[in-house]
Design a binder for this molecule. Structure first.
Ligand SMILES: [Fe+2]
Length: 423
């Protein structure tokens, strides 16, 4: 076989890829095939198809022990998937399960760009577990443990700063069995992602994340028959539901260690830009930036999630709902930024790379929207380059991570560049 093109390899079955890997005598080609397997396993993990991902990882570990080019490529692939112990020892599947869980729990969160979806998934599921514990404590009348909350937010904030795309991808999983807790984590991730794109960082980013995580905590006092009622609420029920914003502010004000932002966001998150919404009759005030960000994340995630009474809506439909003309619910500038953040990277999109350079998306990766092909048009200093450089952000150099990765979509009007003329 002369060369294996990316696009073709994508369409081959996993079994065939593995056969190619064990037969391959050329190191570069072996690692190219291994990378395809890593990408496949990662997309399975993102989709929640653990079994399929595990099959790939198991097959990789079965071939990881010999010293052929294929064996070395398998070990590198396992490292990228956050399963280095398996890479070294070539363990059985049962042990692999334990290793995958430990990979995130040892506190060593690995660099994530393209490599750590397993680690992001681990952090995400731990965050959901902590959200449940915080919720249960508040419902039992105890104070939610802010240290546990901060520990989770620290990890999520770090992941978002390193490579938000993996975590944001995880928020798209449409699960409804533990909606309350996944929604808490999703709103936190989506709020921190927005804040990050506004250059909010450090302790303030964590405060945003924590306030977002806890924004609905007042619902612990909402009777479950109201909280989980699939039909439209009666006026009386809605009045009861509305109390969660005031209850939440009370709970969070009385929790030592909670940042002052948390009760503010809990109190304000159902107020619209014109101060309609609830709580009612609150007089004049300026909504906190964090509130505006959390409202967007909250509604977006609620519309997108599967609930017992309806399927999650498609992103395009959500966009249409959220950006209805004259909708005072959201800050329009923040909403536009959010849509461009969540719209992933369609062809023609202007994006910022992790190097600080600006680029235009010229081709989408067939199965990995986070790693498009781009044309670099401006340096990190903002100077236009004479000859635009074509970069395949899904290519990695040897065993290194993606040298260039897309960090965020930009508004061309704000930057003052017309990306379309570079296509
Ligand atoms: Fe709420």
């Amino acid at each position: 076989m002369a060369t294996i093109e990316h696009a073709n390899v994508r369409n081959l079955s996993v079994g065939l890829l593995l056969d190619l890997l064990s037969l391959e005598r050329d190191a570069a080609r072996a690692s190219s095939v291994a990378r395809e397997l890593v990408a496949l396993a990662e997309s399975q993990l993102v989709a929640g198809a653990d079994e399929e991902a595990r099959e790939i990882i198991q097959a990789l570990s079965a071939r990881a022990s010999d010293n052929s080019p294929g064996g070395r490529a398998c070990r590198a692939a396992l490292e990228r998937l956050g399963a280095p112990d398996v890479a070294k020892a070539g363990r059985s599947e049962a042990k692999f399960g334990a290793t995958l869980r430990l990979a995130g729990r040892d506190g060593q969160v690995r660099p994530l760009i393209g490599s750590g979806i397993a680690a992001a998934r681990q952090a995400y599921s731990e965050a959901v577990g902590t959200a449940e514990a915080l919720w249960n404590a508040a419902r039992a009348g105890q104070q939610p443990n802010p240290d546990a909350a901060y520990a989770v937010i620290d990890t999520l904030a770090r992941l978002i700063s390193e490579d938000g795309t993996s975590l944001v991808a995880l928020t798209a999983l449409k699960q409804y069995d533990n909606y309350t807790f996944t929604h808490m984590v999703n709103v936190s991730v989506l709020a921190m992602t927005q804040a990050r794109s506004l250059n909010v960082g450090g302790p303030l980013l964590r405060e945003f994340g924590l306030a977002a995580l806890m924004h609905d905590i007042g619902k612990v006092h909402t009777p479950v028959e109201v909280l989980h009622k699939p039909d439209k609420l009666t006026k009386e029920e809605f009045d009861i539901m509305k109390r969660h914003v005031v209850d939440g502010a009370h709970i969070l004000r009385q929790t030592p260690g909670m940042p002052a932002l948390a009760p503010i966001v809990a109190f304000e998150h159902h107020l619209k830009q014109d101060l309609s919404g609830y709580p009612e009759n609150i007089g004049s005030r300026t909504l906190n930036l964090c509130t505006m960000i959390v409202s967007i994340a909250d509604v977006f995630d609620a519309l997108r999630s599967n609930r017992p009474y309806r399927q999650g809506l498609a992103t395009s439909r959500i966009r249409a709902i959220m950006s209805e003309q004259g909708n005072p619910q959201f800050n329009q500038v923040l909403l536009r930024r959010f849509v461009s953040l969540m719209g992933l990277f369609p062809i023609g999109a202007l994006v910022r790379l992790n190097t600080g350079e600006l680029a235009v998306v010229t081709a989408e990766h067939p199965s990995d929207p986070f790693h498009p092909k781009v044309k670099v048009i401006a340096s990190a200093a903002g100077e236009l380059v004479e000859v635009p450089l074509m970069v395949n952000t899904w290519e990695r150099e040897g065993q290194a991570e993606h040298p260039r990765a897309v960090v965020e979509a930009l508004d061309p009007e704000e930057v003052g560049l017309d990306p379309l003329k570079y296509l």
